[in-house]
Design a protein around this ligand. Structure first.
Ligand code: PEP
Ligand code: MG
Length: 755
């Protein structure tokens, strides 16, 4: 190897020629090992490919016994080749046979070789195989020689990742690069998606690894690095982003790496060794990734992500390819994989083709989650290292209810999920068939079912579900998915579309309900120890009259001539309602003064979410046009259980005497005052809870669009009079009740009610 013929550049050029030849994958690999051995003046060059079962298999060799190709194999960690794969690091030995890990394979005819150098074949930090060169002589290998082999291994990594070598594997053998993976993340949006991987930030396919002209490639690299640095600086300067805490940290880390001289120098060296600018970025990224993968420190691993992102941006800079996959040709069943993404970015994809989204980060309350739910697609977050495990186009299953992700699933898993999806689809079909049928009980009570919504993408659901309008329009969602406060004109536009979509059916808007877990990244709010009990909802908007007035103005203007129903969240004291009403009246006067059209009629309501209001109901009922029970918050405060705490989620039952008594009391007080009352919390969307609400007297409930079908099916099978006979005594008595849920379930079972 010391007398290598022309160095790595010549070698890479020869390899490029071979890559372009129209030969079989085996022939190509056979030619590659011959070229490497000749060029490196080595007697042996071999390629071992890692299989899914953890064995390295000989795929090609020059110099060893060729009859052993596809036969000789060793476990990862076994022998020198296995050690290179395990450590994901090069190993160079002047006398291999003296190394403690040396393992003798007599069938290979290795006995006369002493000099050994093995480099891992890496892609995105994952080991795919090992490239080995051997010499008869005992000799030392230089850094440059090892580097050259590492560069060459990129070419082979590309062949493996492309699936070319899987195609020549023996029957039943699966290569590590094609192995099935099962990840357990956090279920964010409850749907199941079967489809194919689309990387949100596509990996750039490097078309040319080998430089034609080193000078030109160095200049391209330099230019790309300069513009990347500028881009990162610009991002940091954007005032809005700069305020967003976490985001800023990431950007600062970006800046640090982007300006890191050794990062740039390593890439320049790789270009000098004969790679294109793109090839150099890929090589340095793969090396760094492999090195950092061995580090368990979570902070440093996080920085590995940053470096990866940065390398991607650099490649994009060099190739001029688009930033995200949203505008490329999507498969018809796309599952989007990303480290994280903004809500607007998800909305950018073609809804028809979206089946799911998998994020390495993400949480229940992240805004992209809200959008995924609104779109009705499966979403899983906290899926560790998923980006490194997938290749675009891979088959993948996302189970948003369990948080499971199956990458390249085996046939049995896939068929189990196909059955699950079919079952869901069959159910959906039954529900669709109910769309135009009334929600009427067997004994003739008609119930109004409405949907909860908050985004433009929710609007088609009104028609699709056959709901009678929108019982809760969460106006804060528009604010949450935006990157700055939506302008009044943008709010107006949305509200108009909502009213248009509902047609003659009513829409109940809720004034901004931010604070608590609903955070606007662009709004500066002091951290609170108990945000659920903090400065949120009506408390916040009454303190920020500018914000409240502009929203109310937009709502009043959007309604022009139509009915406007508006309710206020978290009313704790009747005076809060009075103050909110005063703001509405002031805005009405403003419209009048400026001759703007007013709503045809106006109905103002209050949400029942805070226990204190339960003892002011007569006074509240006197003031409002309607009431709506926000059972999510109301139960959170009644049980003193954080609604987001999964550990406590099952601890107390909503179908228990205290809750039923409260719900009954609210209904009776509203009825006494002749004020309509509805329930719009999650309670209303679960069939078993929903029928109990009806037994308590409620005749109007609002829920997530996906719940309309199941709830309507239950109502249509229900004899309400019979159920009341069971529920009334449970609510009226003073003694501690037994298991109410079990009693209702048994009733449903004997009466054939699907709950
Ligand atoms: C509720 O609290 O029940 C409710 C409907 O409001 P949100 O879930 O938006 O807090
Ligand atoms: Mg609430």
């Amino acid at each position: 190897m010391r007398n290598s013929l022309g160095g790595p550049r010549v070698l890479l050029r020869r390899l490029r020629e071979v890559m372009l030849e129209r030969v079989s994958a085996q022939e190509r690999l056979d030619k590659i090992v011959v070229i490497i051995a000749a060029n490196m003046v080595a007697e042996v060059c071999s390629v071992y490919v890692l299989r899914a079962d953890g064995h390295l298999e000989l795929y090609a060799t020059e110099g060893l016994n060729r009859s052993q190709i596809h036969l000789v194999q060793m476990r990862i960690g076994e022998g020198l080749v296995g050690t290179v794969a395990k450590e994901a690091q090069p190993l160079a030995l002047s006398d291999a046979q003296r190394h403690p890990s040396f393992l003798f394979f007599p069938e290979l005819g290795e006995e006369m070789f002493h000099g050994f150098v093995g480099v891992p074949i890496l892609r995105a930090g994952n080991t795919l195989g090992v490239l080995v060169v051997q010499n008869k002589a005992q000799r030392a290998y230089s850094e440059e020689e090892i580097e050259a082999l590492e560069t060459i291994s990129l070419v082979i990594a590309e062949m493996i990742a492309s699936g070319e070598l899987q195609a020549i594997a023996r029957a039943g053998v699966i290569l590590a690069s094609r192995r099935a993976h099962h990840l357990k993340g956090m279920g964010l949006s409850d749907a199941v998606g079967l489809g194919h991987v689309v990387l949100h930030e596509p990996r750039i396919v490097i078309k040319a690894l080998v430089a034609e002209n080193v000078g030109e490639e160095l200049a391209r690299l330099e230019e790309a690095i300069t513009s990347l640095r500028k881009h990162v600086d610009d991002m940091l300067e954007q005032a809005e982003l700069a305020r967003a805490g976490d985001h800023r940290d990431v950007l600062e880390a970006f800046r640090m790496f982007a300006n890191d001289r050794s990062w740039a120098r390593k890439m320049q060296e790789a270009v000098r060794s004969g790679l294109t600018a793109e090839g150099a970025v890929e090589k340095v990224r793969s090396d760094t990734r492999a090195r950092m993968m061995r580090i368990s420190d979570p902070y440093l691993r996080e920085r590995l992500h940053d470096l990866d992102d940065l390398a991607n941006r650099l490649l994009r800079q060099l190739s001029g390819e688009p930033a995200t996959a949203a505008r490329i040709d999507l498969p018809k069943d796309a599952i989007i994989i990303a480290r994280n993404m903004g809500p607007a970015e998800l909305l950018d994809y073609d809804r028809e083709k979206l089946r799911g989204v998998v994020l390495e980060e993400g949480s229940h309350t992240s805004h992209v989650t809200i959008v995924a739910r609104a779109l009705g697609i499966a979403a899983v977050g906290q899926a560790k290292d998923v980006i490194g495990l997938v290749e675009p186009g891979d088959a993948i299953i996302v189970d948003g209810s369990s948080g499971e992700v199956h990458i390249r699933p085996p046939a049995d898993i896939e068929s189990a999920y196909v059955a699950k999806v079919r079952l869901r689809a069959r159910r959906q079909k039954t529900y669709r068939d109910l769309r135009d049928k009334p929600a009427i009980s067997l004994d003739g009570t008609l119930i109004t079912l409405q949907i909860n919504a908050g985004l433009l993408v929710d609007l088609p659901h009104v028609r699709e579900t056959g709901a009678r309008g929108i019982g809760l329009f969460r106006t804060e969602l528009q604010f949450m998915v935006a990157s700055t406060f939506p302008r009044i004109s943008e709010q107006l536009e949305l509200y108009k579309s909502v009213l248009d979509a509902a047609g003659d059916d009513p829409v109940t808007f809720r004034s901004l309900d931010i604070g608590g877990d609903k955070i606007l990244p662009y709004m500066k709010v002091e951290p609170e120890e108990n945000p659920a009990l903090g400065w949120r909802a009506i408390r916040l908007t009454l303190d920020r009259p500018g914000l409240m007035r502009s929203q109310i103005r937009a709502l009043l203007m959007a309604a022009r001539g139509r009915e406007l129903r508006l309710m206020f969240p978290m009313i704790t004291d009747v005076r809060e309602f009075d103050q909110a009403k005063a703001v509405v009246e002031r805005e009405l006067r403003f419209l009048e003064k400026h001759s703007h059209p007013r709503p045809g009629s106006l109905k103002l309501g209050a949400m029942i979410e805070v226990p204190a209001i339960l003892w002011q109901l007569p006074a509240l009922v006197e003031r409002v046009d309607f009431l709506s029970v926000g059972s999510n918050d109301l139960l959170q405060f009644l049980f003193a259980v954080d609604r987001g705490n999964s550990r406590l989620a099952e601890r107390f039952d909503s179908l228990s005497a205290p809750i039923l008594k409260v719900l009954k009391h609210i209904h009776s007080e509203a009825q006494k005052g002749g004020v309509p009352v509805t329930v719009c919390g999650e309670l209303a969307g679960k069939p078993i809870e929903a029928i109990v609400l009806l037994a308590l007297g409620y005749r109007s409930i609002s829920m997530a669009p996906t719940s309309i079908g199941p709830v309507k099916a239950a109502i249509r099978a229900l004899n309400l009079g019979e159920l009341r006979k069971l529920v009334d005594p449970l609510v009226e008595g003073d003694e501690v009740q037994g298991d109410i849920r079990a009693a209702i379930k048994a009733f449903a079972a004997t009466h054939g009610i699907p709950v």
